[in-house]
Write a protein that binds this ligand. Sequence first.
Ligand SMILES: [Zn+2]
Length: 390
Amino acid sequence: MFDFRITAKDPHSSARSGRFETPHGILETPLFAPVGTRATVKALTPRDLYELGASLVLANTYHLYLRPGTDLIQDAGGLHGFMGWSKPILTDSGGFQVFSLALMRKIDADGVTFRSQIDGSLHRFTPESAIAAQEALGADIIMCLDECAEPLDRDYNEAALARTHAWAARCKAAQRRADQALFGIVQGGIFPDLRKASASMLRGLDFPGYAIGGLSVGETKDQMYATLDVTVPELPAFRPRYLMGVGAPEDILEGVARGVDLFDCVLPTRVARNGGLLTGRGRMNLRNAQYAADPLPIEPGCACYACQHFSRAYLRHLFKAGEILGLHLATIHNLHFELQLMREIRMHISAGTFTAFKAQFLAEYRLPDQESRHAQRARYAQRLRERDNR
Ligand SMILES: [Zn+2]
């Protein structure tokens, strides 16, 4: 179990394709995992996800631990039975959400105490309890408890990394189930020496897979790519590599080119619910007046159900009228776009044409305004700092 076999390598980059065996099926990599935060990919059924060709779905331990509770899900047959999804599932440890969502948090060497953002109740995660919660949920891939620090803060990253490393060893020791692959998470912000030290320490613990955490949380894209440049080569080539929380099309291509195998992100499903549609020419805002009477599909030539049956004018109407079908169809299109991108990436890696494909895709794909994105991320990081100082 958890055999990872590399099936093709791109001759002009570090991109590779592979097959990762899990108890609920083989994952073809590189792959994108839709996010089902509360054991549901918002606005879709598992049947929709099968039809879209999704292979791996992510669920959040923090949210499910708070509501409805991990014991309840275990009694209901684990996450697979509870949410009616028979293919592989990945759960995160809950650490990231404690650091980004909880109303209050206090970290010590042994774990983190926090208040639920749902009802203010007091809770505590330790490496052992994070593993126990994920063993109750029963996903195929589970994650070590880690501390996600603000990426540009050197002192904080050093302190957080010491805890993340100690917790990784304790998570490994706490694991009881042999049918779950526990991944270690490399942290260290944008600091090359910390990233290398983190990869080296985790490599020593011999995990069946390695995640790169703490990116896409406030640094620029160039800083993220530079961090991947120094981190990925430090990870074992024969294990899957997972870039957490990253899923913009341009970032997936840059990540794949650097040797990343797994991605997850709320981006395609979240922007869909705001009327943001991913197309080969960039992101399109369906709410714009220019689409009011537009008879074309979202993306001409797209094979998804939404594009095969409906016009931009109809979809815009659904959004303007607040009809839930709009959320469903927009989500279908965006996930189809991401999963189709991954199929093309795998095909081009096998054919040895990935680098040319990447260049052509990026030449046609208009990026959202970088400055406004960065400003948005910086505001988010600032809010977190203000909260922590309260
Ligand atoms: Zn479509």
